[in-house]
Write a protein that binds this ligand. Sequence first.
Ligand code: SF4
Length: 291
Amino acid sequence: MANLQQRLPENVPGDFFVDSSCIDCDTCSQIAPNVFRDHGEQCSVHSQPQTEAETQLAMMALVACPTGSIGTTEKHDAHLGIDAFPSHLDENVYFCGFTSESSFGAWSYLIVRPQHEGGNILIDSPRFATQLVKRIEKLGGVNLMLLTHRDDVADHELFREKFGCERVMHADDGAARFGVERIVSGEAALEIDKDLLLIPTPGHTRGHVVYLYKNKFLFTGDHLAWSPARETLTAFRSVAWYSWPRQIESMEKLAQHDFEWVLPGHGSIHHDTKPNMRYHLASCIAWMKTR
Ligand code: SF4
């Protein structure tokens, strides 16, 4: 629960506020950019919600915040935010919200499929919050859990315990240590389920992988994201823990694949046509080589 006594001075006056426990994960400013903004090393409210739609997005940000740093001075129905997750993106793909502090607020996603098509797939781990778990259960539970890399595993063990899902991860990111059932190795792309390709992308971490679903949805972990400021795809040199040159190579390898959606752990989501995504990925690679 956010603490009114620790309300950040950068918040505009009014109902919604962010307190000093904010870890600057940017989840709120991406879910509700009309209300929250990153003012430097933390986020705050730059404009109070003006419409019902803005209030709902602000409540979704409140629920998704990994540290409970968002509060209100007025009473709101929490279900306005809770019931919005998993939040539909396109076709059978959802954003889970409910981020976890242990993965620094990384975003996770749910693919909903009938059991006869293999059942649901969780990509990286959200917070194991009772309300979210119940909603995922209603959608059919989790059959498979795809982990992009070691930083975004959050509550993976609790999801495994609850749903008995098989977890997939690369050996080079400590998959054995995490107790993962299906450990992949090497650098070749691998079809791990129907319409689902695992593509190793060493760089951010040694065993980082991305997942391409239906040649349309690319779950990118911390490898690739959209930059609203530069209006193109981007990568994060300052957190290339393993190797920036290897991350550039991985990006070049990724350019062999088509996709329409970039769904990252950190940074912004983006949707565009396949040719435009190809263009943006080429720009990103050229830009990376100058860093
Ligand atoms: S979601 Fe929470 S922790 Fe993340 S930037 Fe917003 S207030 Fe801070």
